[in-house]
Design a protein around this ligand. Structure first.
Ligand code: BJW
Length: 228
């Protein structure tokens, strides 16, 4: 069986990483228009860098949880049964990888990469970024940004994601509010293909009505229970 899993911030919540839209979430404390748009970065790069430097340190201090580990086990086990787990995450953290997942598609980019606005090169990046940071490839200073996808930008790996959805026999969304497109539209796309769809979340998402089945509760309990 080919399974397409879409994960969101909820899967990393019990690792201590804040979600965006829950009570106390990042977007209830900070205005996304001032932090997660190319316009915000052009206007006030210091503030945007400070926000992502803080988040990068938070991810460094976090550890994968039982939900990340269960998905890694599933990804390792499916090929022996002739299947595949297409693991697509909206998260910019690396907790799926640190849990042992070998193939993760980061559609909203990665906090541990930085991209040069001058030459376009993307580099693995663990240090703080700032307005004076120089690109290791072209040497230009001042144009390095977190290699993440902000509002109004086109998400990454869309062709691979389309192919993954087209090959899937089951669609599962875990810990995502179903608010941000295009990811929020994938369940409808899966339904149009006639494959079963399953939501795993703490509470019904905005797209809950579109799913065939659901399991509600903390990801560290519901995801291992679904995988086993
Ligand atoms: C738990 C749990 C536990 C909690 N266990 N569960 C009007 C209508 C339609 C679309 C648009 C519109 N206006 C603008 C748009 C487009 C826009 C969009 O969708 N906006 C909406 C807000 C309306 N989208 C874009 O701009 C995207 N680009 C785009 O559309 O390009 C055009 C294009 C597309 C395709 C082809 C060609 C062209 C880009 C979106 C970029 C999003 N970027 C961010 C920031 C990334 C960097 C960073 O991390 O800072 O991505 S915003 C933020 O939201 C982040 C997330 O990946 C994303 C989704 O959030 P997520 O993961 O769902 O988190 P939450 O907090 O919302 O939900 C958490 C869930 O977990 C909840 O359901 C909880 O219940 C659950 N939970 N604890 C289990 N323990």
């Amino acid at each position: 069986m080919n399974i397409f899993v879409l994960t969101g911030a909820g899967i990393s919540a019990e690792s201590g990483l804040g979600t965006f839209r829950d009570r106390g979430g990042l977007w209830s404390r900070f205005d996304p228009a001032r932090l997660a748009t190319p316009e915000a970065f052009a206007e006030d790069p210091d503030t945007v860098h400070a926000f992502y430097n803080l988040r990068r340190r938070g991810v460094c201090d976090a550890a994968p949880n039982a939900a990340h580990r269960a998905l890694a086990r599933l990804q390792a086990a499916l090929p022996a049964r002739g299947g595949r787990l297409f693991l697509c995450t909206q998260n910019i953290d690396d907790l799926h990888e640190r849990a042992g997942a070998s193939d993760v598609v980061h559609m909203h980019g990665e906090i541990f990469r930085a991209r040069c606005l001058s030459c376009g090169a993307s580099h693995p990046w663990r240090a703080n970024l700032g307005v004076a940071t120089a690109c290791p490839a072209c040497g230009r200073a001042g144009g390095m940004r977190p290699d993440v996808v902000w509002f109004g930008e086109v998400p990454l790996h869309l062709d691979a994601i389309d192919a993954g959805l087209a090959a899937a026999d089951l669609f599962v969304a875990i810990g995502t509010s179903g608010v941000v497109y295009p990811a929020a539209g994938y369940v409808a796309q899966a339904r149009r293909r006639g494959i079963p769809t399953h939501e795993i979340n703490l509470a019904p998402s905005d797209t809950a009505h579109v799913f065939d089945t659901a399991a509600y509760g903390p990801a560290t309990e519901t995801v291992p229970a679904w995988v086993e």
